[in-house]
Design a protein around this ligand. Structure first.
Ligand code: PDD
Length: 278
């Protein structure tokens, strides 16, 4: 692969970052994942806006303008001849001698790489996934897309050890989100229920599009937190993210959701999303 590092295009084995980079030492960095299908960037505007927000919240200055960054995204697709998969972008605060207090004038480290992956033809879209409920032990500013991903990684491993595909995280008796996706349910009266935006969850770009699509399709939705019991008792459940689009959840802690197969409204939302965004 050809990767991008601070203005340079390099073979991946030549792209090196200092061990003093604060992304490495303190997880002092933010990231974005943009889906690519047919060489086209998906939902780029949303990812660009969230990136600006994350850097602003942490006081990191993005080294490129939004226009230049878009051009880098397009160029990395071209250079890697990427048809389908994702673009990963990371901006760290940069290098500094190890100290909890950070310099205000460090030079951020900007990296991008691609991952080729079949995202459209996902076998899990037909079967659905199972999730295990685990406590949400992440920090309290999940609305900032930082690279502090140790707990989500551990939760994913623990879910796998329980025989589940992913984790749904629980805090104060309510579902927050999945390890790296937004959690949604559909009630027995056909209403889409999703947690409102706050510091407790990442403000999913796919989530926002799905709510727009629901509105257009005349599917009622309600933004409110829901409990594990309500989720287990729901008609349907699904997750959304940049690379999963809309993916059915068919079991929660070993209990079937609905009849244990992908729900009709979930599949309709997936179709509409693909139709509209790809
Ligand atoms: N994850 N919630 C969390 C905690 C996430 O990490 C993600 C995305 C989402 C969905 O956001 P979006 O719809 O904007 O992709 C929700 C990315 C894909 C990742 O970490 O790989």
């Amino acid at each position: 692969r050809t990767v991008y590092l601070n203005g340079q295009w390099l073979p991946e084995e030549d792209a090196k970052v200092s061990i003093f980079d604060r992304g490495f030492l303190f997880a002092d960095a933010i990231y974005e994942v943009t889906g690519v299908v047919g060489g086209k960037l998906l939902e780029y505007e949303g990812h660009s806006a969230r990136l600006q927000r994350s850097t602003k919240e942490l006081g990191i200055t993005c080294p490129l303008s939004p226009e230049a960054l878009l051009e880098v995204h397009r160029e990395i697709v071209r250079r890697n001849d990427l048809n389908e998969g994702l673009i990963y972008l990371q901006i760290s605060r940069g290098t500094a001698d190890r100290d909890f207090a950070y310099p205000v004038d460090s030079k951020p480290t900007l990296t991008l790489f691609t991952q080729a992956k079949a995202v459209l033809d996902n076998p899990k879209a037909k079967t659905g996934i199972s999730v295990a409920l685990l406590p949400d032990q992440r920090w309290a500013r999940r609305d900032i897309k930082t690279v502090q991903l140790l707990y989500p990684s551990m939760a994913k491993m623990e879910a796998a050890a329980k025989g589940a595909d992913d984790a749904w995280l629980v805090e104060d008796g309510f579902i927050t989100e999945a390890s790296a996706a937004t959690a949604h349910i559909i009630s027995k009266d056909g209403k889409l229920i999703t947690r409102p935006l706050s510091h407790a969850i990442l403000h999913g770009i796919t989530r926002a599009s799905v709510l727009d699509i629901a509105q257009e399709a005349g599917i009622d939705y309600e933004e409110r937190a829901f409990t594990p019991d309500e989720a287990k008792d729901a008609a349907e459940a699904f997750i959304t993210s940049a690379t999963n689009f809309v993916l059915p959840v068919v079991a929660i802690d070993g209990q079937n959701v609905g009849d244990g197969t992908p729900g009709p409204l979930t599949l309709e939302m997936r179709e509409l999303y693909i139709e509209k965004k790809l």
